[in-house]
Design a binder for this molecule. Structure first.
Ligand code: BG6
Ligand code: MG
Length: 213
């Protein structure tokens, strides 16, 4: 086998949380009278919560905000987002993703999460995967966000593998950059499928199985 482990980004790869992020940021942006649309939301893919807030605030015309106020705004968005996540259930885990994960496990591969989100464990529990992965590296255990490779390097360490032994699956360009910066192969899906720095391009999640041999 070419790889001994697979590190999956969560949002946009294992399940889809875009609409919940959008609704929560939109509610905050409306309150602050900031223009926000789905195109701006696309720029938030793979980006940490505080960096996402900075992108939203590019269109903010009010009085300057202190760091403390920004943290409060990010918390406000997160409370709305967490409530929306309660709408998620095991139905948000597709049969294709579930079956592919089970097939990869049967091959003896270590399977880990490498996500920028601080809500990764909550999301995994909503879709019924809280105990599935061999390692969960997320926004709670990193100092630097993607495109820094820290989240993936820590995921590899959690499953006792060298980064080079792992394949990263990502839907965000920042995530493909992070894999590249960590010297790891990556497969782009969705938004990142056509990104030149990705080692492979996926049109379907199930194609991951073809990349292993
Ligand atoms: C990433 C999402 O997985 O997590 C981003 O693609 C999000 O859109 C980031 O901003 C941080 O998420 P959270 O849940 O910590 O606010
Ligand atoms: Mg993603």
């Amino acid at each position: 086998m070419k790889y001994r482990g697979i590190i999956f980004d969560l949002d946009g790869v294992i399940c889809h949380t875009d609409k919940y992020h959008y609704k929560a940021w939109k509610q905050l942006a409306d309150r602050l009278d900031i223009y926000f649309d789905e195109q701006i939301n696309n720029r938030l893919r793979g980006v940490s919560r505080m960096d996402s807030l900075e992108i939203i605030l590019e269109r903010y015309a009010g009085a300057p905000l202190s760091q403390e106020e920004k943290v409060q705004l990010a918390n406000e968005k997160n409370e709305i987002y967490k409530k929306l996540l309660m709408e998620m259930s095991s139905e948000d885990l597709s049969d294709e993703v579930k079956t592919t994960l089970e097939n990869l496990r049967k091959l003896g591969l270590k399977l880990a999460i490498g996500s920028s989100s601080r809500n990764a464990r909550l999301i995994l529990s909503r879709i019924g995967l809280e105990d599935f992965f061999d390692g969960i590296s997320d926004g709670t255990n990193i100092e630097k966000s993607k495109p820094d490779p820290e989240v993936f390097i820590k995921a590899a360490a959690m499953v006792n593998l060298e980064p080079k032994e792992c394949l990263v699956i990502e839907d965000a360009k920042a995530g493909i950059d992070a894999a590249h910066n960590g010297g790891m192969d990556s497969a782009g899906i969705g938004d990142a499928a056509d990104y030149s720095l990705a080692s492979y391009s996926l049109t379907r999640f199930s194609q991951i199985t073809d990349l292993i041999f």
